[in-house]
Structure formats: C-alpha cells, structure tokens
Design a protein around this ligand. Structure first.
Ligand code: PXP
Length: 248
C-alpha cells in the first residue's frame, strides 16, 4: 500500500528568538522562511505568543506577504489572536495551549473541558477558510472532543516521546510512541487529518514519520539549532531524507 506524502512544516520561531536576544533585525525569520521554502519545506509554522517573545505581529505580516507555501499560524484561543487570524486568514491555524511562565508549549490543549468555548472560537476561523488544527496529547477523549468541535486536523504532541528518548527512558518512549500510533489510527478513522510535532530530532523523527495516517510534521527548534552547524538548507534536507526513508 502506498502511503500519502508526508509534509514538512518548518517552524521558524527560534530564528526570531535569536534576533530578539539583541533586539535588532537579524537574523531575519522571513529570510529563514524563504530559505526553508527553497529547501523543500511544504509549509512554514510560526507561533505568535501572547508575550511576543519570538515571532512579532510584523513577522506575521511579512510571512503572509512573502511566502508561496502555506503558513500554519499557531496561536492560543484568545480573542486577540482570533482577530489577528481573521485579519490574515492564513492557510492553517493551529490552536495551542499557552502559559506565560512556560518555556515552550508544554502539553496538549484541554479540549474536552472547554468544548463549548472552543467550538464557538474555531467556527469563524473555519468560515474564513482556515484549516483548523488542535494541538493535543494522544488521548482518545481529547481527540473525540476535537472532532466534535469541528476541527479538521489534530496535531499530536510528540514532546513526551522526545523527552523520554533524550532521557534514555526507553520504556516510556515506546509507550508514548505506541499511544501516538493507536491515536493516529483512531483520529484518522473519525475523518480527522493527523499531524505531529514538538521536540522532534533526527533521532526521533522516523518512528513518527512511519505512521501512515500522519500527513504533516512540524519541526522547529532542532532544525534551527542544527542550522548553526550545517546551515539551514542541509539541516532541512537531512530531515526530509529521514522522513522519506521512514515513509518508504
Ligand atoms: N507543533 C506545535 C503545535 C508547536 O507548538 C511547536 C512548537 O512551537 C512545534 C510543532 C515545533 O516544536 P519544536 O520547535 O520543538 O520542533
């Protein structure tokens, strides 16, 4: 059986992190996004956080103007972000949980507890033509809730799997992987498109890329870090090669 193409979304948030460390204009995340596109990224992902710690409003304006590939706009479910998304109407919106004090997006969204609010929140985004994705843990209850509120896509949070791998806790890693495998198939059976991401590296990407139901991986921090050593284009090319190898 041939499996569909696995898209690679390159998250350029951490180019902006480095830029903001000095407060100037470089390195420019828009330039990184264009380079990523030329290197074979199928889409660009950017997270406009409430505190604007990396990507800024001007970056989103710049990405919308410069990109030929789709922009996946990551945002918290707040009124402010909804207004921004409705102004830009990006190809895709990914709703993520957000806490000011966290260093990165630590867990998946609690959809089941907030079903009503989230259903109302995403409806106008869908009407505006955005493909709405919900970033969640591999948890049946959350997937069912994401389906009920009308999301077209779920993105599975691969962070716990990647952390367990990095810590050498292979029993947890394998359990997390198995949960994602089962939940990818379950979400697909409901008609949801399945994506995955967070913390993926060359060492952890292949088992996830091999799930036939997964259609897109969103990868950022590792690729931007790896770009320091080998350059952004070769860093992305190697990730693409590993994804294709796993998929074959
Ligand atoms: N997917 C989602 C929904 C995310 O929030 C993030 C981090 O912003 C990523 C993917 C990419 O994670 P990383 O930068 O660890 O590769």
């Amino acid at each position: 059986m041939s499996v569909p193409h696995l898209r690679l979304g390159v998250n350029i948030d951490h180019v902006a992190t480095v830029r903001n460390a000095r407060g100037g204009a470089s390195p420019d995340p828009i330039r990184a996004a264009i380079l990523a596109e030329q290197a074979g990224a199928d889409g660009i992902t950017a997270h406009l956080r409430e505190d604007r710690r990396h990507i800024t409003d001007a970056d989103i304006d710049g990405l919308m103007a410069a990109l030929s590939v789709p922009l996946n706009f990551e945002m918290a479910a707040t009124d402010e972000m909804q207004k921004i998304a409705l102004r830009h109407k990006p190809h895709a919106v990914c709703i993520v949980p957000e806490k000011r004090e966290e260093r990165t997006t630590e867990g998946g969204l609690e959809v089941a507890r907030e079903e009503n609010r989230l259903a109302h929140f995403i409806a106008p985004l869908r009407e505006a033509g955005c493909r709405v994705s919900i970033f969640i843990a591999a948890d049946k209850r959350q997937i069912e809730a994401a389906h009920r509120i009308g999301a077209q896509v779920i993105e599975l949070h691969t962070g716990a799997y990647c952390d367990a791998h990095a810590e050498g806790d292979f029993a947890t890693r394998d359990r997390e992987l198995e949960a994602m495998r089962e939940m990818s198939a379950f979400a697909h059976s409901l008609g949801l498109e399945v994506h995955a991401g967070h913390g993926l590296t060359y060492d952890t990407v292949q088992p996830v890329a091999a799930f036939p139901e997964v259609r897109e991986l969103n990868i950022g921090h590792f690729l931007i870090g790896e770009a320091i050593f080998r350059g952004l284009t070769p860093a992305i090319a190697e990730m693409r090669r590993l994804m294709d190898e796993a998929r074959a």
